[in-house]
Ligand binder design. Structure first.
Ligand SMILES: [Ca+2]
Length: 605
């Protein structure tokens, strides 16, 4: 189905490209030297003929010149090699939507970014580049990561295009393994590619995992709360988990062969649910009421939802604190100046309407900051970036030619530019999409297929199967009967399975029959028309679908043509043939949670 690339060829091509780059540098210098020295040699011959009696002296002189020329060539090749192959630190939080204090000043309107404090993300943005318009290709853990690791649209990655039931095809080239082939010391801690079989496959399936100090940081608020309950102070309890992060990172650094550049993936899942209720305030001092009037418009601005959101922001702050410690460590060992730091998240907020599993900005918009020491920093870039662009970016940084199958485009030229705002005028759109998330969300184990085009002015969405429920079927639910609050807040699968269980989900379902909240409930869970269109200057939260209004017919047609052309150009199975590939086996196969070994426990999706 998918234009599955010949992996073997690509990997080999990748490694060859890497060695070709190095070899070419040497050869080219070698050739230049030969030409130069041959010319000198001919002249020397002439000199010898004319001044025979001095030939011994001149020959000795020439040998010295040759020796020093070679030394210079050797040193410059080595220096160029070091400069062109920086370390890569990728800090990637699960379920972290576009929330960081650095965005407060670029938002231009009240938002939770006025409340959250992420000093270390902000530092990366200040020293480097803050991307204002970064998006994932799919707002669901596994497909997002399939896309990021492969540098391709999620729908080109075969069975890795879905969440539950995902399977990684080892023929698909992925950037970490290509960098490893090119001499990088690679490693990862916590979550890379999951749920899926084999777990973390595009990063070596656990072969490069550094988790000897533990995985408790993944349940940050729960573990800190437990330790505080046992008598520890909040700072001391937090420190236990920070020590774990640094123990894992330290083990990775220790295993590094001398002089090899490194590529490290820091992927904790703490920002993914669940969180300890009230931990935003208790552990981070985030007053839920400070979010009043600042939540995106699809969220009911009520105490339970504000507290839920404050708890979310608290976990982001814990992630940010760990990032700060990693940066500090790099400085202490003298590596910070030679490390490209990239910080982002895999999609929007979980368990809130319109977030995770939705193609609205609240679901697909993510934070992104990149600090490349020595390159122009302090910039806010408005180019539209898709996280699949990171794979070719990382490969280019590592001197490896990105395989042709990659649909992402390297950000290196944008990072080298001195410009603010729009740097590359062609980067003015992104495409996002979605297939299956939770297997049992709807009958027949079917997906909710969507694709969207986001431009500076519009968001245009096609819902290919409008007869299906976007967030899953309303199982166990009628107007007068529903699971109890605790079940709704804790068991994702009991109803509307594509929206994670949460206090917000439970609150919305409990209030489903009240006129005041009916719009919010329908927005969260109701069926949607085949097309959606939002005019961003009037409607930045994307709440009012105007797709059926005649005055927008021309623009809708234009956006549809642009979206469909790109999907066809990139061989999306959803628009090829009868478009039913993702509605048939193996994409709708029964899903059973795989038994995992002790070292790869992974419960979060
Ligand atoms: Ca996720």
């Amino acid at each position: 189905m998918s234009p599955a690339p010949d992996n073997r060829q690509c990997e080999v091509a990748g490694s060859q490209a890497a060695s070709t780059i190095n070899v070419t540098v040497v050869r080219s210098n070698f050739t230049d030297s030969l030409i130069a020295h041959s010319a000198v040699g001919l002249k020397t011959l002439g000199v010898l003929l004319v001044f025979g009696q001095f030939h011994v002296k001149i020959e000795a002189h020439m040998k010295r010149i040759l020796f020093f020329s070679w030394l210079l060539v050797a040193l410059s090749v080595q220096a160029a090699g070091k400069q062109s192959r920086p370390n890569i630190l990728f800090a990637f939080a699960d379920d972290w939507g576009r929330y960081a204090s650095a965005y407060a000043k670029v938002d231009g309107r009240p938002s939770p970014n006025d409340v959250i404090k992420t000093p270390h993300f902000d530092r990366v943005a200040r020293e480097g580049v803050l991307f204002k318009n970064a998006f994932v290709t799919a707002p669901s853990c596994t497909p997002c990561r399939s896309s990021l690791l492969s540098g391709q649209y999620f729908y080109r990655t075969g069975r890795a295009a879905i969440l539950q039931g995902a399977f990684w095809d080892a023929k698909i080239p992925s950037y970490p393994l290509l960098l490893a082939d090119a001499g990088y010391h690679i490693g990862e801690t916590y979550k890379v590619w999951s749920p899926g079989t084999p777990n973390d496959a595009p990063y070596g399936g656990g072969k490069f995992r550094f988790e000897g100090s533990g995985r408790r940081f993944n349940q940050f608020s729960q573990n800190v709360t437990r330790m505080v309950g046992g008598g520890k102070s909040v700072p001391a309890a937090k420190q236990v988990l920070y020590d774990e992060v640094m123990g894992n990172f330290g083990a990775f650094l220790k295993a590094r062969p001398k002089d090899n550049p490194f590529c490290y993936w820091f992927g904790p899942t703490l920002v993914h649910r669940k969180w300890t209720k009230g931990s935003g305030k208790k552990l981070w001092g985030i007053d839920p009421d400070s979010l009043k009037g600042k939540l995106p418009g699809m969220l009911p601005d009520v105490p339970i939802v504000r507290e839920d959101f404050a708890d979310y922001l608290g976990e982001v702050q814990a992630f940010d604190a760990a990032l700060g410690l990693i940066l500090e460590k790099l400085k202490a060992i003298g590596e910070l100046d030679n490390t490209v730091v990239v910080v982002s998240g895999d999609h929007g907020a979980p368990g809130f309407p319109g977030g995770k599993c939705n193609l609205y900005d609240f679901g697909v918009g993510v934070p992104l900051a990149v600090w490349w020491p020595g390159k122009p920093g302090g910039r806010v870039v408005e180019d539209y970036v898709n996280l699949m662009d990171l794979a070719p970016t990382f490969l280019e940084l590592g001197g490896v030619k990105p395989p042709k199958v990659m649909t992402g485009r390297s950000l290196v030229p944008v990072l080298q530019s001195k410009a603010n705002g729009i740097v590359d005028a062609k980067r003015n759109w992104v495409i996002t999409g979605r297939e299956r998330h939770v297997a049992q969300a709807r009958e027949g184990l079917l997906p909710y297929p969507q694709r969207a085009l986001r431009t500076p002015d519009y968001l245009y969405i096609i819902n290919f199967k409008p007869d299906r429920w976007p967030m899953g079927n309303p199982y166990n639910l009628t107007d007068d009967k529903a699971p109890d609050y605790n079940t709704l807040a804790n068991n994702t699968f009991v109803t509307y399975g594509d929206l994670d269980a949460s206090p917000t989900k439970a609150w919305l379902i409990e209030h489903r029959n009240e006129a005041e909240w009916r719009w919010h409930y329908d927005y969260a869970f109701g069926k949607r028309p085949r097309e959606e269109l939002f005019i961003l200057k009037d409607d930045p939260d994307q709440l009012k679908n105007v797709a059926s209004e005649a005055k927008y017919a021309a623009i809708k047609k234009k956006l549809n043509a642009q979206l469909m052309a790109e999907l066809k150009r990139t061989n999306d199975p959803r628009v090829k043939g009868d478009g039913s590939t993702f509605d048939k086996p193996p994409f709708v196969a029964e899903f059973k949670r795989p038994q995992r070994n002790k070292n790869s426990k992974q419960k979060k999706e």
